[in-house]
Design a protein. Structure first.
Length: 200
């Protein structure tokens, strides 16, 4: 299949990478797993056994008229432990390489179908100035989204930092979430070729 390059000749790309059928279930699973992997999982609370004190029975079992109690650290007592205390845990989910590649191919293919992928011969700014980058993006009809280059261009990165909704990544830094979240994606020809090598 062919991809149109802005202001240049069309390039031939792999059907499996940029023309794959979209699988919502697969993309959802991979995106969910990716986001889950970013969770810290460090939340911790104390249950009745973790709270200090409460070793002695507060009052005798019978004869007081009160409800029986074995410890002052019971969850129903003030200062007691929490009934279902959170413990640190690993939220990461296993995703096979084949699934991850398939999801990335499906996302890229959907970007092409929805005309949200803009391929350019090269993308660079001479100096790290926000104004220069904004005018260059405007020529491509681009307001917010993701700029993907083969290798991270420092000038483009610095110029994009002050533009809300515009992000810059190199090919090694792209992930399912950044692609799904982007309104539009600008990608250089070199980046497209490198992605094809990676995703087959």
């Amino acid at each position: 299949m062919q991809l149109t390059v802005a202001g240049g000749k069309d390039i031939k790309v792999s059907e499996s990478t940029f023309g794959r059928e979209f699988s919502e279930a697969l993309v959802h699973q991979v995106v969910t797993a990716y986001l889950a992997g970013g969770r810290a999982g460090t939340k911790a609370q104390k249950n009745r056994s973790a709270v200090r004190g409460g070793g002695r029975k507060p009052f005798r079992q019978k004869g007081t008229g009160r409800a029986r109690a074995g410890t002052i650290r019971s969850p129903i007592w003030r200062g007691g432990g929490r009934t279902f205390a959170a413990t640190p845990r690993d939220h990461s989910q296993k995703v096979n390489k084949k699934m991850y590649r398939g999801a990335m191919q499906a996302i890229l293919s959907e970007l092409v179908r929805q005309e949200r992928l803009v391929v350019v011969g090269s993308f660079e700014v001479k100096e790290p100035r926000t104004g220069a980058l904004i005018s260059q993006l405007a020529e491509l009809g681009f307001e917010t989204g993701l700029i993907v280059t083969n290798e991270l261009d420092e000038n483009v990165y610095l110029a994009s930092r002050n533009i809300p909704g515009v992000y810059t990544l190199d090919v090694s830094g792209i992930d399912p979430v950044s692609l799904v979240a982007a309104d539009k994606v600008i990608m250089t020809v070199e980046a497209v070729e490198k992605i094809q090598e990676w995703l087959g």
